[in-house]
Write a protein that binds this ligand. Structure first.
Ligand SMILES: Nc1nc2c(c(=O)[nH]1)N[C@H]1C(S)=C(S)[C@@H](COP(=O)(O)O)O[C@H]1N2
Ligand SMILES: [Mo]
Length: 319
């Protein structure tokens, strides 16, 4: 496992050119693709043997001053409980999930409900490559180069009504192909929700790829959500339904343990999980005996972007 050193530089202290140069080096070090491109031809989806590459424009806005987590770690250490409870279960079993054809229904409080297939989604907006810090509620984190675009691009297609206050995201259920859903660990289908302004925030991403390729099944193929300032379980994988709602939905984790998993679930080092602290985290890929834990950042480091969404709210009550 490679060992990295961390630059103690604040992003505002360096020029964009330096950001690019150093980020390229880190990505090289992490073994990730540095190819930047424009939209050029659609990949062959659903080929399990070799994951098709996905061309995306590297985002100039969402750049992370941290090394990218090795792709091998991000694709073999997963939570996807439909395939089992162990971190190694998703990569072992998710290849059986059927991802073609795939349809995403966007419905509820909107003037133009619509069903999108994967081609529709890939063409809806230019694909961007954005590296986000991801933090699991269990106390580990990664830095992952996602490919997709802002969720708002999709939601605005269906013309939300004034009653659309919340959005619910629902995962597919394939009992034959998902050994985990035969066990009632949570109430399937896996689902979770956001407030409308959270879902429309530019950071919230509809994701079709990672590391320059289409999403591997274990990471939520063919299409998932990513909300980088919230604990990982809010980032629903393999989405089939998106519902615009007037009332706040209850997510699968909130339903199973409401005292431990709240609706907001914003990353917050000051608010402990009832059974453990959230003040520090272990970055996957750098877990040697001597590598210190990292301090968890408020809103997972995205406070400048999202803190205003929660102005005046008590974040201890609204955990
Ligand atoms: N459908 C579904 N989505 C899910 C999960 C799951 O079990 N089922 N696990 C969540 C949790 S707990 C985490 S930390 C992230 C992990 O995403 P990754 O495997 O791509 O890193 O997916 C989230 N999305
Ligand atoms: Mo998680």
């Amino acid at each position: 496992m490679p060992v990295y050193r961390y630059p103690r530089i604040h992003a505002s202290e360096i020029t964009p050119e330096e950001v690019w140069a150093s980020r390229r080096q880190w990505m090289k070090a992490a073994g990730a693709s540095v190819a930047a491109g424009t939209l050029a031809g659609w990949p062959l989806l659903g080929s399990a043997a070799s994951l098709a590459s996905l061309n995306a424009q590297r985002s100039s806005k969402y750049v992370l001053m941290e090394p990218v987590t090795p792709e091998k770690d991000a694709t073999t250490y997963n939570n996807f409980f439909e395939f089992g409870m162990d971190k190694g279960d998703p990569v072992k079993y998710a290849s059986k999930m059927q991802t073609t054809p795939w349809k995403v229904r966007v419905e509820g409080e909107c003037a133009a409900p619509k069903t999108f297939d994967l081609d529709d989604l890939l063409k809806l907006a230019p694909l961007e490559d954005r590296t986000y810090r991801m933090r699991c509620v269990e106390g580990w984190s990664m830095a992952i180069p996602w490919i997709g675009y802002s969720m708002s691009e999709l939601i605005k297609q269906v013309q939300p009504t004034g009653n659309a206050k919340f959005v619910e995201f629902v995962t597919d259920v394939q009992p034959k192909n998902m050994p985990g859903v035969r066990i009632r660990s949570i109430d399937w289908p896996y689902r979770d929700g956001l407030r409308m302004d959270e879902a429309m925030h530019p950071l919230t991403m509809l994701v079709m790829g990672m590391y320059g390729k289409v999403l591997p099944n274990q990471n939520g193929a063919p299409v998932r959500m990513v909300v980088p300032w919230k604990y990982g379980f809010k980032s629903v994988k393999s989405i089939v339904t998106i519902r615009l709602l007037e009332k706040q939905p209850v997510g699968s984790w909130e339903q199973s343990q409401p005292s431990e998993y709240g609706f907001y679930s914003n990353v917050n080092p000051e608010v402990s999980h009832p059974r453990w602290s959230q003040a520090t985290e272990r970055r996957i890929g750098e877990d040697g005996v001597f590598s210190p834990k990292r301090k968890t950042l408020m809103f997972n480091g995205y406070a400048n972007e999202v803190a205003s969404l929660y102005a005046g709210m008590d974040l201890r009550k609204n955990y």
